[in-house]
Design a protein around this ligand. Structure first.
Ligand code: AMP
Ligand code: GLY
Length: 423
């Protein structure tokens, strides 16, 4: 079977790496891919939102399965586009249609879904320009800190956590009347602040049956001790050490299963990954957000722990035969640490030559933002490489990733030295 993966980050490199070991794979294509995916298949230089060019590639290379890495093409309706096209209809797509993708594409839609299906989440109300005054009143009723969320996709920047009421009001106004996050903040969700510890769970579903994938915890802030600006993610561990059997059973019973059943009840035809961003408050899990794709860098620790054939699992998902699927998981821990460009998540430079990748023996080097330039590998993004290792626990795995990072170098390389510090 010929397969096309859409995307160019560490998530897509990891999916490519895992699919490459499947005996069912004939040829692998990645669009646009990076220097890491180029070693596992053929990179095609087209953007993830260029549906017409993707269609041409699918026909030219006789692709039978499309795996959509990032959320944007899903929210834009790539699955619907395939479904409605007589030449593409038969191609399996991993990733929900536009309606289901709203679980990530609209915070308000996600909140309404959770309330409708009694899935635990923070109390909230949503506001528009017309109801700004009511928004101020609602803020007065809450206790700080205040959580303001742009309704739409804002590349991970749309959530503000603010301590002063005056600043919260100013920011609400900025979002609603000055479109601080463009169209994404035409509606703003204000919600109760949840004080707890975060973790993430993942399911792969055909809309009816599902398999629960290994869980993970990621580290979003740029600075040590979880300080500074938010990034796409600076590292991750799997499994989450504090997630015992009892907590995982509660998560499945109160969150994962009701979410899948909710999709079915709402007649939302959902096929693909469902990512549950959770806050555990006094032992009780609540949903902070849904994503309709895998996380990055969570994929770099979740997927390597899957021992089953991933292509077989995807085929079971697209053919609706997940019900008896037994997922095999490596009981070892995995950890990944992200090497980023100096300056990220603000301004940074691309094009730095990367050395030492070939010297790494104890970790897997997943490429996040790289490209091939003549015979060199150069940086091409804020997040550059993710070094994943295994160990008997997350500490042993991290030790290996940190030792491997010492062998790698590029100008102004930066990484967090404290992944897992809070566990
Ligand atoms: P998101 O973009 O939805 O992942 O939110 C970014 C981060 O904001 C999350 O990872 C949490 O750390 C934090 N966050 C979001 N919602 C809440 C909440 N209701 N209470 C506390 N922290 C939150
Ligand atoms: N690492 C967080 C995300 O992928 O959304």
């Amino acid at each position: 079977m010929n397969v096309l993966i859409l995307g160019s980050g560490g998530r897509e490199h990891t999916l490519a790496w895992k699919l490459a070991e499947s005996p069912q794979l004939t040829q692998l294509f990645i669009a646009p891919g990076n220097a890491g995916t180029a070693k596992l298949g053929t990179n095609i230089p087209i953007g993830v939102s260029d549906f017409q060019a993707i269609k041409e590639a699918v026909l030219q290379y006789q692709i039978k399965l499309l795996i959509v890495g990032p959320e944007v093409p899903l929210v834009e309706g790539i699955h619907d586009f395939f479904n409605k096209d007589s030449e593409l209809k038969h191609v399996g797509v991993i990733g929900p249609k536009k309606q289901g993708a709203q679980l990530e594409g609209s915070k308000e839609f996600a909140k309404e879904f959770m309330i409708r299906h009694k899935i635990p989440t923070a109390k909230y109300r949503s506001f528009t320009k017309e109801t700004l005054e009511k928004g101020y009143q609602f803020l007065e009723e809450l206790t700080p800190p205040y959580v303001l969320k742009a309704d739409g996709l804002a590349a991970g920047k749309g959530v503000l956590i603010i301590h002063s009421i005056d600043k919260a009001k100013r920011e609400l106004k900025e979002m609603l009347t000055n479109q601080k996050f463009g169209e994404a903040s035409q509606t703003v969700v204000i919600e109760e602040y949840l004080d707890g510890i975060e973790m993430s769970c993942f399911a792969l579903t055909d809309g009816k049956d599902y398999v629960v994938l290994p869980n993970a915890k990621d580290y979003k802030r740029i600075g040590e001790g979880d300080t500074g600006l938010n990034t796409g993610g600076m590292g991750a561990v799997s499994p989450v050490p504090f997630a015992d059997k009892k907590l995982l059973a509660t998560i499945e019973k109160t969150i994962i299963r009701p979410s899948i059943i909710g999709l079915e009840k709402d007649n939302i035809d959902f096929l693909g990954f469902l990512f549950f961003g959770l806050m555990i408050v006094d032992g009780k899990p609540l949903v902070i957000e849904y994503n309709v794709r895998m996380g990055d860098p969570e994929t770099e620790v979740v997927v390597p722990r899957i021992q089953s054939d991933l292509l077989e699992l995807f085929i079971a998902t697209t053919t609706g035969t997940l019900s008896n699927y037994q997922l095999e998981i490596n009981p070892q821990s995995a950890a990944t640490v992200m090497a980023v460009s100096g300056g990220y998540p603000e301004k940074y430079e691309n094009g730095k030559a990367i050395t030492g990748i070939d010297k790494v023996t104890d970790s897997i080097v997943f490429h996040s933002g790289t490209k091939v330039d003549a015979d060199k590998i150069i940086s091409n993004g804020g997040r550059v490489l993710a070094l994943t290792s295994f160990g008997k626990d997350f500490k042993e795995a991290l030790k290996k990733s940190y030792a491997s990072l010492k062998k790698i170098s590029f100008d102004a390389m930066n990484y967090r030295k404290d992944i897992g510090f809070d566990l």
